[in-house]
Write a new protein. Structure first.
Length: 280
């Protein structure tokens, strides 16, 4: 991970063409976020483990069980179809089916499984990077390099961390870098899914708070997302990055996007509408 006076990296994601991201740094950001999450989960009481989260019908333990299920996607094998909609994946229903395998787990076993799966997946992913082993996997919006799926897992982990702790009212420090990555990916997937539904977003967003910076999404024949995090946190009236990432995923109010022109705002909220619409 970069430290000191290193400039913030620019993240470039494309649904067609080469993406530009630092996968080694990404794995470091994920490792720090996940290890802190696991440490914080160890402090929860039995009552908190059974408390509701922002995920309808899921307790804290259900959400952590889900994280254990998804973490294996950090280091997918060639031909992986875990998030392939043509193979039956539906983010509204498929994760609930995955939970059947861990029915009856104790909170301790759930957390131990999450820790073990996290460390194993990180080791496999880092070994793959060391061998420069690159291949595409299929994400909900199309084929991408497997390292982008690792970013998908970080976004999922960051989002569910908030799903767990915000309802508990627990004041926890946030990782600006994890928030920046999650916001960038949230914008990218929102625009990519919108394009599948015939909507297009072309928008620059200047976001504040931890993880803020300049985020620009362009959708034409493909979708391109460019994100340049702020070098330092600046207090401003700009929408907080974390709240925007929440809204894009169907958490929180979309009013945080009120300053966005109607066409782009409509496109960027397609994903949230999809997430909150019951599957047939």
């Amino acid at each position: 991970m970069m430290t000191g006076n290193s400039p913030p990296p620019t993240l470039l994601l494309r649904t067609a063409g080469q993406s530009v991201l630092d996968p080694a740094r990404l794995l470091d950001v994920f490792a720090a976020q996940r290890r802190q999450l696991c440490a914080d989960l160890r402090t929860l009481s039995p009552e908190q483990w059974s408390s509701p989260t922002r995920c309808p019908g899921w307790s804290v333990q259900d959400t952590v069980r889900h994280l254990g299920d998804v973490t294996v996607a950090m280091a997918p094998d060639p031909g992986d179809q875990m998030f392939d909609v043509t193979a039956g994946f539906d983010p509204r229903t498929t994760p609930r089916h995955w939970l059947a395998a861990s029915t009856g787990e104790s909170p301790t076993d759930t957390l131990d499984r999450l820790v073990a799966t996290t460390e194993k997946s990180l080791a496999v992913a880092r070994d793959r990077l060391a061998r420069d082993d690159r291949f595409d996997v299929v994400l909900p919006y199309g084929p991408m390099d497997w390292t982008v799926q690792a970013l998908h897992v970080l976004w999922d982990s960051w989002l569910h961390e908030r799903d767990i702790f915000l309802p508990l009212g627990v004041d926890r420090p946030t990782s600006p870098e994890a928030t920046s990555c999650a916001t960038a990916y949230g914008l990218f997937i929102a625009a990519a899914v919108a394009q599948k539904f015939g909507a297009q977003a072309r928008q620059r967003l200047d976001l504040g708070g931890d993880g803020g910076g300049v985020f620009e999404v362009v959708a034409d024949e493909s979708v391109t997302l460019t994100a340049t995090p702020a070098a330092t946190r600046a207090e401003s009236a700009a929408p907080p990055a974390a709240e925007v990432a929440d809204a894009l995923a169907g958490r929180g109010s979309a009013t945080v996007l009120d300053g966005v022109p109607d066409e782009s705002r409509t496109a960027l909220t397609v994903l949230a509408t999809f997430f909150t619409t019951p599957a047939e």
